[in-house]
Design a protein around this ligand. Sequence first.
Ligand code: GLY
Length: 568
Amino acid sequence: MYKIINSLLVFFILTACSPKSEKKYVGFIEDQDIVVDSGAVVSAHPQSSRIGVSILKKGGNAIDAAIATEFALAVCYPEAGNIGGGGFMLIRTSDGKTDVIDYREKAPSGSSRDMYLDKSGNVIPGFSTDTHLSSGVPGTVDGMIKAHSKYGKLPFKELIQPAIDLAEHGFPVTLRQAQDLNSNRKTFVERNSFKTAFVKDSLWREGDTLIQPALAETLKRIRDYGRDGFYAGKTARYLIKEMKRGNGIISEQDLMDYKSVSRQSISTLYKGFKIITVPPPSGGGIILIQLLKMTEPYPLKEWRFHSARSIHLITEAERRAFADRSEYAGDPDFVEVPEKQLVSQKYLNERMKSFNENHATSSLDLGPGSPEKYISEETTHYSVVDAMGNAVAATTTLNNGFGNSIVADSAGFLLNNEMDDFSVKPGFPNMYGLVGGEANSIKPGKRMLSSMTPTIVEKNGKLLLVLGSPGGSTIPTTVFQVVINVLDYGLSIGKAVDAGRFHHQWYPDWISFEKNAIDSLASDKLQKMGHSLKERAALGSVNAIMIFPDGKKAAAADKRGNNSSYGY
Ligand code: GLY
């Protein structure tokens, strides 16, 4: 495969366009893709990628750059970047050691299993998504401080300062951001008691400057007081004041008690490649591994890219993996998740016994397996690799675009609506249509199940791929497809990211697909097999880096968003 990659690299270098002044390219793949010698950052916004690379150039490592990128995203990408939310950071240091910083939000101490139900046991519409009650205790700031204390090289103050400058002086919004801010305008106005930075007298236009003075002050407090700059003092008081205004339940004690944790990554071997990803409380990693192991025995390449046969196989594996998620996945600090059994080859072989090569399984007939015998789709992902070979794949979120659209009073940051990722009632679908049960029920201090799937791939002990995606339930299936696009189909990382995608999640029982993902021939065949198909808008938004044997890095930013690759 390296032969293919190397020949593509040579082609890209030979056909390289003239370098733009800010980016020292050794080659171009396509507009949003670059090939560089030293370090690269791919994130959802040009400002955050630029800031990440500036930290690398100052001598920071990948973890330093990731922390600076994360704080920058909280300013320049309020759709999902945050300090009021949480996420997962997968780290692989140059010596091959891995670590997962879990900074997922937690249910407040005043939460309870049935808090979103009325007296008759019915789910109260919008409670878990649109109100102050929908917020979990934020984890991002603690997560970044933990990552810095374990791996940081540059002083923390230097990593957060670019975000402060960005918030204080502003940045030009992209066209898409102007549209997003305009379409969310009514919600911002309705849900806040004051005029937030996100609402102007006139509508937003591309290139307008978004300035966030209150957020800049909060970031300064974090710079000056670390954890206490967010979880105590003024910032905490502003957040609690906002909670009281809207009958929210996050308390001062909840903020004091929040702690991110380091967890062990999970991994599998797939066709000679080591796939490393994140454990629960994200269900994404387990799903990714299950999909790889359930499809590995079949000759995907021979069956051809997105043929009816290949799509059918992948769909059936997805159906089974999501059915398992609904039953077994939850916060491992609260429930026993049968992680090992769920990814055991024996169990997955058993699970695929009912796979019929010619016919779709009905989700009605397919419940979760029994592993005892043997986890608006806004979230954002960034990937970082430094010149030494340290790598970070991090996915972070407020859940919905702009979270619940509520700004924490004078603290200037948006609140998450992550509580909707719990199973608010067994069998009741969340905003992604995912159903769950007791394993993911609400308990004080528990982390809600996620689908985030930051992933790293090694070949012969060497770093090969760093990737991940937003997209709620579609995250693991998106990551899976990009991985097989490279490993099985030999696509360049840019093409692997660009290729059309499809998705199945057990319920609803249909294959959703992007316009260019399934041709009419495959579509006809799939329908004859008993599948329902539904075209939909973009699936995921992958930011990925591929590392070549000679140390060069190809950074691919998904064209489905304003994603941007920077490197040097
Ligand atoms: N809030 C989306 C996820 O964590 O999967």
